[in-house]
Structure formats: structure tokens, C-alpha cells
Design a protein around this ligand. Structure first.
Ligand code: ATP
Length: 379
């Protein structure tokens, strides 16, 4: 359970601040913002250990870049404290300039100096310009030694992003912030570069905070993943924990790509629009028999049976070919579900069908989102 401080809550103490990054009760809003919550970030608490790679995962507009900008020093949090390597860099009374924070940045669009060679781009970031040994080491680490004399426009997208990483790491930052660094790269380059990132950071002894909206990317390479939604941190946990114990229905829907269905009690059985729930996850909350209780269940796309049925209540709205399976988008009432089935099931778009839960399905229950308080995310 993550319980941030309120916007008017007491300021946290500076004790125990020897983490690479420590965010305590961060609140931020942009002037003149209207619609939805006025707060872009709401009470963010997050710690990165030294040497850790943490993914900051969430949908577009949830506040990922805003959080990165606060850590880098481009913006000042309205409330809360930021410590970097034990040093307070932003708080109620002061805000250290970005160049004095010892943070490296890697952006989606590389942000290299176009008039400098690869070598000079890396040397530009060195604390002591004469320390060419580190520049040579970094170019070698990132497989760019042969390309040191080339200008950015003479490099491929993947090579440019490697160079951007080398330049960010040159001044030996304690932390590097990466804002969707792989999103401009083609699939093959993206997969290669992302699998190399943890090793490169480990070799440099640098912690990383990696912004991404791709759950697969975050789960694949990060030590822990922090899931952000509408400015609130829903869960920060290892990839394994996120998959097996999603803290909220949003985490289940966004990270696991699961279906979240409303559920209600009928006697001692929990029902959904797909019928009674066969088995609840052992980690689910104790069964509430209150017929008025508003619950949600998380259902994997693999746990729904689908059969062609001209009188069925559901309708296939779309389908994607995933190589070995089909992923169907199916609508029943006002609920849209994802259903994954083997290749041998030839359902066409527009076809009516029947849906039901597989008897072996194990579902996890959540309280309805409406029970989440503005400053509190709870399981
Ligand atoms: P994406 O994945 O699309 O880059 P994000 O999670 O990084 O999104 P942010 O860029 O942090 O999202 O934006 C969070 C919210 O704050 C959005 O609603 C955005 O419109 C708003 N926002 C960002 N910058 C400003 C600004 N300078 N002024 C006003 N609103 C802003």
C-alpha cells in the first residue's frame, strides 16, 4: 500500500537519505491547468538504491516526464523533498540548479551537439576535459570506438542513442534519467540496446530511472518498476511481484494487459457478466458477502473461453494476429474484453459469440476504483 503525504501534510524529515534518489511526498501542478485533478503529481514517494535500474511506467500524460524534470531540476516541486545521493536538492526553501545535481539525462531525440564529433560530444560532458581515458573507455563500452570521428548526422539512430548514453555517463553521475530512450529506434535495435542498458549502467556504477510507457520493456530489464497513473504511484515492485501481486486493478489492466470486470456477490458466489467466478486468488481480499459491495476482478485474456454463437451476447470487434495466437477484442454490453485463443479458432470481426470464464481461471479481486481516495491507493 502506498500512502503519500497530503499536499498540506507535514514535511518529511531528511533522515535515511542515502539512496541514489529519494522522493518524499512530491506534489506538482502547472499553473492554469483545468479539467480533472489540478495536481499533475500527487504525493510521490519513491526510493532508488545505488546501482538500481527502476522503470517509471505509465500511460501517456500520467506525469512521467514531469517527475523526471523535477528530479533533474528543470522544475521545482510545489511540495515535498528530493534527495540525490543523500543531498537535498529540492525542498520547501531551495532548489538546486540542474547542472549542480550530478544527474545525467538521456532523451528520446538524443539531444547531441550536431557540430561536434562523437568523441567531442563525450568529452564535452567530462568533468576534466583532459580525462580522455574515460571518453575512450565509454566509447568502447558502447561499441562506438570505430566511429569516434563521425558527426551525429553520420550515425544511425541506435548509434546516436549509444552516444547520448556515453555522453550522459561521462561526468560519472550517480544517477542517469532516461526519458523513453528507445522509442525512436526500430525493433531490432531497440531490443539490443535495451538489453545492454543494465550492463552499461552496472559497469559505470550508476543508478537509472527509465521512463517508458511499454510494460514489456520495463518488466524485461528493470530491477523494479514504479507504476504511475494520473499522477499517483500505484505500485513500485519487482517485475515478478507486479505480475503475481498487482496492487490495484489499474496495474493489472495496464501492466498485465488483463481485463478488469465489475463483480458482485450473489449469496456466497462472486459473479461477473461472464458468470460466477470459479476461484479467487489466495492473495485476494477476504470474501465480502455484502451484496452492495462494489468489486472488480482481474481476468487474464487466456482465462476466457470464446465460442461462435449467432445468438450470443458478445460480438468480435477486432482481432490481432500474434504469431501463435489470436488476440480478440470482444464487446459484451458496455464492456470491452481482450480474449486470447489458439490459431484454430476462426472468428471473424462482427461475429456474435458467447463468453465464459474457464473453470481453471484464478482471478484476483480489487475494490472498485471509486473507493480510492484522492491521496491514497489501496489494495
Ligand atoms: P507522455 O508519455 O505522453 O510523454 P507523460 O506521462 O510524460 O506523458 P507529462 O509530460 O509529465 O506526461 O505530462 C503530465 C500532464 O501534465 C499532462 O496532462 C500534460 O498535459 C501536463 N503538462 C505537462 N507539461 C505542462 C506544462 N508545461 N504546462 C501545463 N501542463 C503541462
Amino acid at each position: 500500500m502506498l500512502q503519500p503525504l497530503g499536499p498540506d501534510g507535514g514535511m518529511p524529515s531528511g533522515a535515511d537519505c542515502l539512496h541514489a534518489i529519494e522522493l518524499q511526498g512530491l506534489w506538482h501542478r502547472f499553473p492554469g491547468r483545468s479539467g480533472g485533478s489540478e495536481w499533475t503529481l500527487q504525493g510521490i514517494d519513491l526510493r532508488l538504491e545505488h546501482g538500481e535500474l527502476v522503470g517509471l511506467l505509465g500511460p501517456s500524460g500520467c506525469g512521467k516526464t514531469t517527475l523526471l524534470r523535477l528530479i533533474a531540476g528543470f522544475d521545482w516541486p510545489e511540495r515535498g523533498v528530493i534527495h540525490l545521493a543523500g543531498r537535498e536538492v529540492a525542498g520547501p526553501t531551495h532548489c538546486l540548479a540542474p547542472e549542480r545535481r550530478g544527474v545525467g539525462m538521456v532523451f528520446q531525440d538524443y539531444a547531441l551537439f550536431p557540430h561536434l564529433t562523437a568523441w567531442s560530444n563525450v568529452c564535452f560532458g567530462l568533468k576534466h576535459r583532459q580525462n580522455s581515458a574515460r571518453a575512450a573507455w565509454l566509447l568502447n563500452l558502447l561499441g562506438l570506438s570505430e566511429l569516434a570521428e563521425r558527426y551525429p548526422h553520420e550515425l544511425s539512430g541506435g548509434q546516436r542513442q549509444r552516444l547520448a548514453l556515453a555522453r550522459a555517463l561521462a561526468p560519472e553521475p550517480a544517477v542517469v534519467l532516461l526519458d523513453e530512450p528507445f522509442s525512436n529506434l526500430d525493433v531490432e535495435v531497440r531490443l539490443r540496446l535495451r538489453s545492454e542498458l543494465p550492463t552499461v549502467l552496472a559497469q559505470c556504477g550508476t543508478s537509472g530511472l527509465l521512463v517508458t510507457h511499454d510494460p514489456e520493456e520495463a518488466l524485461a530489464i528493470c530491477d523494479r518498476v514504479a507504476v504511475l497513473h494520473d499522477g499517483r504511484l500505484h505500485q513500485c515492485a519487482s517485475p515478478q511481484q507486479l505480475v503475481h501481486q498487482p496492487a490495484t486493478s489499474f496495474v493489472g489492466r495496464f501492466v498485465l494487459q488483463g481485463n478488469v470486470l465489475p463483480a458482485w456477490w450473489q449469496g456466497s458466489d462472486l459473479h461477473t457478466l461472464l458468470g460466477p467466478v470459479p476461484t479467487l486468488s489466495p492473495s485476494s481480499p477476504p470474501r465480502q458477502r455484502d451484496p452492495e459491495a462494489s468489486l472488480e476482478v482481474l481476468v487474464s485474456p487466456d482465462d476466457i473461453e470464446i465460442d461462435a454463437d449467432d445468438s450470443g451476447a458478445a460480438k468480435v470487434m477486432g482481432r490481432e494476429f500474434l504469431g501463435r495466437t489470436w488476440l480478440y477484442q470482444v464487446e459484451q454490453g458496455d464492456v470491452r474484453l481482450r480474449v486470447r485463443r489458439p490459431m484454430d479458432l476462426p472468428l471473424q470481426i462482427g461475429q456474435h459469440c458467447g463468453l465464459h470464464l474457464r473453470p481453471t481461471a484464478v482471478l484476483k479481486t480489487f475494490p472498485a476504483d471509486s473507493s480510492l481516495q484522492p491521496t491514497l491507493v489501496t489494495t
